[in-house]
Design a protein around this ligand. Structure first.
Ligand SMILES: *[C@@H]1O[C@H](CO)[C@@H](O)[C@H](O)[C@H]1NC(C)=O
Ligand SMILES: *[C@@H]1O[C@H](CO)[C@@H](O)[C@H](O)[C@H]1NC(C)=O
Ligand SMILES: *[C@@H]1O[C@H](CO)[C@@H](O)[C@H](O)[C@H]1NC(C)=O
Length: 389
């Protein structure tokens, strides 16, 4: 297998007029013939990027930063810059920049059908941006949550969204009314992280039956957050969602009743679970934790089916991702500052690539449609990786 990858370094820079410019340098890892370097202005203005998300059609990638800015890149333009015969003129793959949060951005998601991007931030808000508008820099809608919003995920219909926060159960919002729904029985989370499931036998078929406004919730569950939700993701049909918890558990929830249907307690020992997502067929969940393991779980049984070992991630909130075909799993090895790739089926390590970031990157995100991914560094840069055929 020949892994020839171009790595495009997108350094954020700023002119004196505060108009965002890009300092771009293309680093060629394995094919010297394609090496090309773009340079621009100084690159030490923005803080590091904390998250990135591709649009469902793979045409855009958005990044969220510690400096509260959100940037939307057009993937075709990034790729254009990576061509060996690309012109050295001003290339601007960032087509939108949004500023509206007052604290760092934790996660982003694209509306499944519309030109809407949402962001969850430490400032307890979820903001909606319309990227069809050329000039709009601010959100057109805002959800005020009660907690640090660590993760956001749109229901495939686009009518609901989930927020994973410092509170122990996911907050489900109706996108049209902004009503917040929670399980009618707030689960108690035991000292070992297991949810008391007695309440979940109740079967409720309509979300309306679960109405609990967020303010009522905060009144009745002011326990110290022992199990923040680090990540929440809907399955491809919206029939389920998965949460990755700080208490080491991976939990599966029914998408209709909002009941917790399975708690995999200690999925990553006592270590924080930093990411969890479904496979396309919803049969498995891939999770990543600060115990330096990446694990594949069978949804139907909660059984551990694979472990991807050999990448150490103890410090940063990192996630493991499948490539577009789900044949490979990618994650980060912090000590060696490398991106590690496993064969998804055999769990064998097939490659390790130097990340080319200064210090280990904190986040990986794969394109849903092609062999391309981004890594977000703590060095104020993101890199766009693309397979060179
Ligand atoms: C927590 O785990 C310990 C050790 O596995 C066990 O002895 C204890 O009963 C558990 N406590 C609860 C409340 O489940
Ligand atoms: C989660 O997995 C689905 C496949 O089930 C994929 O399409 C999606 O891009 C993944 N989400 C993230 C944020 O990686
Ligand atoms: C994903 O899988 C495809 C198909 O085998 C492969 O060509 C591509 O290089 C893989 N991408 C990554 C980043 O692993």
């Amino acid at each position: 297998m020949i892994w020839a990858l171009h790595c495009l370094l997108l350094h954020m820079a700023q002119s004196l007029l505060l108009a965002p410019l890009l300092l771009i340098s293309v680093l060629c890892k394995m094919q010297k013939a394609h090496q090309r370097v773009f340079r621009s202005m100084r690159h030490d203005i923005f803080q590091s990027t904390r998250c990135a998300r591709f649009s469902p059609d793979g045409r855009f990638v958005a990044t969220g930063s510690a400096d509260t800015s959100i940037k939307l890149f057009e993937v075709a333009k990034i790729k254009q810059m990576m061509l060996p015969d690309a012109r050295d003129g001003p290339v601007r793959p960032v087509i939108r920049t949004f500023y509206d949060h007052i604290q760092p951005i934790n996660d982003l998601d694209f509306h499944p059908q519309n030109t809407v991007l949402i962001s969850g931030a430490k400032d307890h808000t979820i903001k909606f941006f319309d990227f069809s508008k050329m000039t709009a820099k601010r959100a057109f809608r805002v959800i005020q949550d009660t907690h640090n919003v660590r993760s956001v995920s749109f229901h495939p219909s686009g009518d609901f969204l989930l927020a994973g926060t410092d509170h122990q159960i996911p907050h489900l919002y109706d996108v049209n009314t902004f009503q917040c729904y929670l399980s009618s029985n707030v689960p108690e989370i035991g000292v070992n992280g297991s949810i008391n499931q007695a309440w979940s036998t109740q079967s409720i078929s309509h979300l309306e039956g679960l109405i609990f406004h967020i303010s009522q919730l905060t009144l009745r569950s002011l326990r110290k957050s022992i199990s923040c939700i680090m990540q929440v993701r809907y399955s491809s049909t919206g029939g389920m969602y998965v949460t990755a918890s700080k208490d080491g558990a991976v939990r599966l929830w029914d998408g209709v009743t909002a009941n917790c249907v399975r708690s995999i307690v200690g999925a990553h020992g006592a270590a924080e679970v930093t990411g969890a997502n479904f496979t396309k067929d919803q049969r498995f969940v891939l999770s990543c934790g600060k115990d330096s393991t990446v694990k594949l779980w069978e949804v139907g049984t909660g059984r551990l089916v694979k472990q991807y070992l050999g990448a150490t991630h103890l410090q940063l909130r990192c996630q493991a991702v499948f490539n577009d075909t789900e044949e490979f799993v990618l994650s980060i090895d912090e000590p060696s500052n490398e991106i590690v790739i496993w064969d998804a089926l055999t769990a064998e390590k097939v490659a390790r690539w130097p990340s080319n970031h200064i210090g280990a990157p904190r986040w990986l995100e794969h394109s849903p449609i092609e062999a391309a991914f981004v890594s977000c560094g703590t060095d104020r840069s993101i890199r766009f990786w693309k397979e060179v055929l």
